[in-house]
Design a protein around this ligand. Structure first.
Ligand SMILES: [Zn+2]
Length: 129
C-alpha cells in the first residue's frame, strides 16, 4: 500500500478544516484571537460539521437578504462578507482604491486599517486592526 497516497485524503481534510476556521477568523475580526474550540463554542456547535452547516445557513440568509436588496447586492458584487456588527463590507475591486482608503483613514481619522483579500469574491476588504 502506498502510504503517501493513503494519507492524502486526511491531509486534504485537515486543510479544509483549517481553511474554514481561517476564513471565519479573517471575516469576523472579533473572532480572530479565538482558538478553534472557542469558535465552535461561540457558534454554539459541537463539531466542525455542525459549524459548516451553520455557516451555510448564514450564507443562505445573507443571500436572501441581498436578493431583497438588489441595489445593495450589485454594489457588493456578489460578496456576502459582513463586519462584526453584521453590516455588509464594502468590496474594493481595485487594490489601489483600497490602499487609498487606508491612507485617507489614517490621515483623516487616525484609524489604521488593514487590507485582506475577500475569500468569496475577487476583490479586497478593509478591516480595523
Ligand atoms: Zn467579501
Amino acid at each position: 500500500m502506498n502510504l503517501k497516497k493513503s494519507l492524502k485524503p486526511i491531509k486534504n481534510k485537515l486543510q479544509n478544516k483549517n481553511r474554514l476556521y481561517h476564513t471565519i477568523k479573517r471575516l469576523y475580526t472579533h473572532l480572530s484571537e479565538l482558538s478553534n474550540e472557542e469558535i465552535l463554542d461561540y457558534y454554539n456547535v459541537n463539531s466542525l460539521k455542525e459549524l459548516e452547516e451553520h455557516i451555510e445557513h448564514i450564507k443562505e440568509i445573507l443571500k436572501k437578504q441581498t436578493q431583497n436588496h438588489k441595489e445593495e447586492r450589485e454594489e457588493l458584487g456578489g460578496c456576502f462578507c459582513v463586519d462584526s456588527r453584521g453590516d455588509f463590507k464594502y468590496l474594493y475591486e481595485h487594490k489601489k482604491k483600497a490602499l487609498k482608503q487606508i491612507d485617507y483613514s489614517m490621515k483623516i481619522k487616525c484609524v489604521k486599517l488593514i487590507l485582506y483579500a475577500c475569500p468569496f469574491h475577487r476583490g479586497w476588504h478593509l478591516s480595523k486592526i
